[in-house]
Design a binder for this molecule. Structure first.
Ligand SMILES: Nc1ncnc2c1ncn2[C@@H]1O[C@H](COP(=O)(O)OP(=O)(O)OP(=O)(O)O)[C@@H](O)[C@H]1O
Length: 472
């Protein structure tokens, strides 16, 4: 009976150790060669110390740790680029790796020649590369540069081409070192979409400093610190422990909360207080916006040429972020009321059109989004060919941690749960947050009020309360 190819270990790392020899002066290296055994002309540095873990087939595992913790050394040994001082590594399956910019590329060859060289090294025949070349070029999106020597490439172009090759060689195991961070946001999202699809069947080992990226992509994670494995386990638990450690706290793994263990709080009695959207402002807005922490968000114009799909019964013609008077924003300050206007041209009759949007971070994680389904359910108006649909969403822009974000927009026909997508446009509008007081978390939300008080335990609360700082 043959064994199931999707079960068993894809990567096994056992007792892995790497000791580098560090020579203070170049001549010490020569002295060591000519006078072996006399004395040591080097000092030893242990970059990896007794690391063991297994990646099962079909798993995505993240490797996290501070700079110099041994992540790259580990990946290089898994890929056979470095030899371990002790221990064993074994991989079962075809491996493609993105470890270092430009690695495996000949700088004097053109991009196209490098595609042939790399893809054939990874096991494709020349005929198979010929067949896939158009897809590789479409993925890389580097245009005519494909026929220029790669020594003229920017680092972003290198990543695009290297990733495109890796995505088309039928690898079973992908090993990726941070390289995604070098590309721009739209390409980073394309890579993440590819990785999410790939992980449905393949195995991924992904090194990153970015715990959000690891939690978003990986099932499990390994935390390395000064060459030692601190813990290995469920990605969220390991990343939270690592994060806690980075900020100096002691780390305890909380018991898992089950839904049954959560007691719902009773619904408040009486009518709810009315809050106008205009009141939803951060109580500290004035001084934050007059400080260097103002959340300045640059807005780029609509780009209809991004990756898209759909049945074609409607086409997204325009997407813009505007103020309340409809003037397009070039910059938004986080927390400000914002309108997102989506214009769609109807090509075939749509019985119940819905227009929606998603705001995503550079890793393609959806931060928030909404759609017109609730309105359309009430109106339930069909749209006829040639008509123009316009959806307007008005919301306070959240406070975005620095980084690049994209807005994906879609038009569909049907209900929220059962519909045909007619046009889905990734990266329709890009925005870039330059500065923010929200640096942790996916988004910051306006704090209507922040109170910080000091109570004296002996005196009565009203007389002893020392208001250290209040924002109303
Ligand atoms: N060839 C080498 N010779 C000597 N020391 C090395 C060598 N390669 C790496 N090191 C050292 O080994 C340690 C681990 O390096 P490694 O690059 O694996 O860390 P890392 O976790 O990938 O770091 P980063 O996140 O900064 O990329 C570092 O202290 C590094 O200086």
């Amino acid at each position: 009976m043959s064994s199931d190819p999707t079960s068993g270990a894809a990567i096994t790392v056992e007792g892995l150790k790497k000791v580098f020899r560090i020579y203070e002066r170049p001549r010490d290296r020569i002295l060591q060669l000519i006078l072996p055994g006399k004395r040591k002309f080097y000092r030893e540095f242990q970059a990896l110390d007794d690391v063991s873990f297994t990646v099962q087939k079909g798993q995505a595992v993240g490797i996290i740790g501070r700079n110099g913790s041994g992540k790259s050394t580990l990946l290089q040994m898994i890929c056979g680029i470095l030899h371990p001082t002790a221990g064993k590594v074994s991989c079962s399956g075809r491996v493609a790796a993105l470890l270092e910019l430009g690695a495996g590329f000949n700088p004097d060859f053109t991009g196209r020649e490098n595609v042939y060289m790399n893809a054939t090294l990874l096991g494709l025949t020349t005929a198979a590369v010929d067949e896939r070349m158009d897809d590789i070029l479409a993925f890389a999106e580097i245009g005519d540069f494909i026929d220029h020597p790669v020594k003229t490439y920017s680092s972003g172009m290198f990543v695009r081409l290297a990733f495109a090759v890796m995505a088309h060689v039928d690898a079973e195991i992908l090993i990726i070192d941070e390289a995604l961070a070098v590309g721009d946001a739209a390409f980073g999202q394309k890579c993440m979409r590819f990785l999410r699809r790939f992980r449905e069947t393949g195995t991924i080992l992904f090194v990153s400093h970015d715990t959000a990226a690891v939690i978003g992509l990986c099932d499990r994670a390994v935390w390395l610190d000064r060459g030692k494995m601190i813990i290995e386990g469920d990605a969220k638990t390991v990343c939270e422990a690592y994060y806690g450690h980075l900020f100096g706290g002691t780390v305890e793994t909380p018991p898992e909360k089950t839904v049954e263990a959560i007691t719902p709080s009773p619904a408040p009695e009486g009518p709810r207080p009315k809050v106008r959207a205009e009141d939803w402002v951060d109580g500290r807005r004035e001084w934050i916006n007059h400080s260097s922490l103002r959340n300045d968000i640059e807005v780029f114009t609509f780009d209809p040429s991004g990756t898209d799909f759909g049945a074609g019964g409607a086409e997204i013609e325009d997407v813009r972020l505007t103020d309340d008077d409809g003037h397009p924003y070039a910059w938004i300050v986080g927390g400000e009321p914002t309108r997102l206007r989506v214009t769609v041209r109807v090509r075939d009759e749509l019985r119940s059109p819905i227009i929606g949007f998603f705001v995503k971070d550079r890793l393609g994680q959806t931060l928030f989004g909404d759609n017109t389904f609730m309105n359309e359910k009430k109106l339930s108006k069909p749209a006829l060919p040639g008509q123009i649909l316009e959806a307007n969403f008005r919301f306070p822009m959240p406070i975005l941690p620095p980084g690049t974000y994209s807005i994906a927009v879609a038009v569909a026909d049907g209900t929220q749960t059962d519909h045909v997508q007619h046009h889905w446009l990734h990266d329709a509008v890009m925005v870039k947050s330059h500065v923010s007081h929200a640096t942790a978390g996916l988004v910051g939300i306006p704090m209507f009020e922040v109170r910080f008080e000091c109570h004296d335990p002996v005196a009565s609360p009203s007389s002893s309360m020392d208001k250290v700082g209040i924002v109303d």
